[in-house]
Design a protein around this ligand. Structure first.
Ligand code: ADP
Ligand code: ASP
Ligand code: MG
Length: 410
């Protein structure tokens, strides 16, 4: 007898009919004699709807109340799925995050899971029931409801799988696995049979929303076998694994992109010790995360400095930068929130030079100007104008032969 944790995302539970279809799939697992815990998201569009309601009252609502609000979407789905299971004679019980003791820190809207007490879940499983748990939510030590960040139901599922030492954590979604890039942008993208934790982590952190980053981190840390599959069709999906002998030896395994960034530049800053700190200190002080940073070589003792932040923080960051420009006597502070970051990811890059050169050549041939560049051992990222996203991703997908078996990367 195996113990499986399955997670169904928003589209997979988007209508009553889809919830009934999920109930059928879940009941089959129990029918074949396995134990099953199901984690569900809010019905598609629901979390966005709730956020819009809050914003209609206050642009910056109280974080605690925000989590009380946006955690409700998942509570609707757990109840409906349990009812659908009862209707087909499958014993089931639903729980909110707090009811199964998903204990988190108190960072509202981006809380981290600290621990799960599995006693209640285990006793239900032993009694032959399907356990249905609301994704995306937990409680802090004072009993306040918290949420885990957008896409957080993935993390609930992996954390439960880790706590229960499940045989597999299966993430059911609206695509049939992890692809070489988002198949909605490049229809020629290819499903990967396997991808390493390291690569999946990099893809997720560079913008591939198919799995939440923390879910991948958690699965890697606690050794949870993790698979991404389609809710709508049968198939093997994609297994997230540790590196092994049988892996494809591609240099590049995928292309990620992020539409959520914005770029800020301050020009003509006096080049002296402490300048980076004076520019970025106020930004960090306002709790704004900075992603890429570039400082130009100085000319006439002044320099230009460019960095990126999340688009939601753009207006605030630009205001702060304009103040800094006045204080430092810089020439100007400006910003651009119509940029995207495109990244090539692959563990094979470590042992192969020239990946970045091929990337730049490919973009140049398409007439795409590169605004910023950053690299690490297993990724190369560039910032380009957002109107070139599709063109850039498709050109790179083609240049690195990702449509075929990636072993043929140039
Ligand atoms: P769910 O609601 O099931 O959690 P998400 O929308 O969070 O689903 O994640 C699935 C989506 O991730 C897909 O519909 C796809 O557009 C997007 N996606 C981005 N990058 C990739 C990738 N490399 N492989 C597969 N899907 C990707
Ligand atoms: N409902 C939440 C969201 O839309 C969590 C999730 O779906 O994973 O982000
Ligand atoms: Mg998701």
């Amino acid at each position: 007898m195996a113990l499986i944790v399955q997670k169904y995302g928003g589209t997979s539970v988007g209508t009553v009919e889809r919830i009934q279809a999920v109930a059928e799939k879940v009941a089959q697992v129990r029918q074949r004699g396995d134990q099953i815990v199901v984690v569900v998201s809010a019905m598609s569009g629901e979390t966005n709807r709730l956020i819009a309601l809050a914003r209609a009252i206050d642009e910056r609502p109280d974080p605690r109340e925000m989590d009380v609000l946006i955690s409700t979407g998942e509570q609707v789905t757990i109840a409906l799925l349990s009812m659908a299971l009862h209707k087909i004679d499958c014993p089931a019980k639903s729980y909110t995050g707090g009811q199964v003791d998903i204990l988190t820190d108190n960072a509202f809207s981006k809380a981290r899971i600290r621990g799960i007490d599995d006693v209640r879940v285990r006793s239900d499983l032993e009694a032959g029931r399907v356990v249905v748990v609301a994704g995306f939510q937990g409680v802090d030590e004072h009993g306040n409801i918290t949420t885990l960040g957008r896409g957080g139901s993935d993390t609930t599922a992996v954390a439960l799988a880790a706590a229960l030492k499940a045989d597999e954590c299966q993430i059911f979604t609206d695509v049939d696995g992890v692809y070489t890039t988002d198949p909605r942008v490049e229809p020629k993208a290819r499903r990967l049979e396997r991808i390493t934790f390291e690569e999946m982590l990099e893809m997720a952190s560079l913008g591939s929303k198919v799995l939440q980053i923390r879910a991948v981190e958690f699965a890697g840390k606690y050794n949870v076998p993790l698979r991404v599959l389609s809710s709508f069709e049968e198939g093997e999906g994609t297994l997230i694994t540790f590196e092994d002998e049988g892996m494809e030896e591609a240099k590049i395994s995928g292309i990620a992109f992020n539409r959520d960034e914005a770029k800020l530049t301050i020009r003509g800053v006096p080049d002296q010790p402490g300048v980076a700190y004076s520019i970025l200190g106020p930004i960090a002080g306002a709790n704004i995360e900075i992603d890429m940073i570039v400082q130009n070589v100085s000319e006439d003792n002044t320099t230009d400095f460019t960095f990126t932040v999340h688009r939601n923080d753009f207006t605030k960051a630009l205001e702060l930068l304009q103040d800094t420009a006045t204080v430092l006597g810089a020439r100007e502070a400006s910003g651009d929130d119509s940029i995207v970051k495109i990244s090539l990811v692959g563990v094979g890059m470590r042992s192969h030079a020239g990946i970045a050169a091929t990337m730049f050549e490919t973009l140049a041939k398409e007439g795409i100007n590169i605004g910023m560049i950053s690299t690490s051992e297993i990724k190369v990222s560039v910032v380009v104008d957002e109107k070139y996203l599709e063109l850039g991703v498709r050109a790179l997908h083609n240049a690195f032969n990702l449509e075929q078996n990636g072993v043929a990367n140039p």
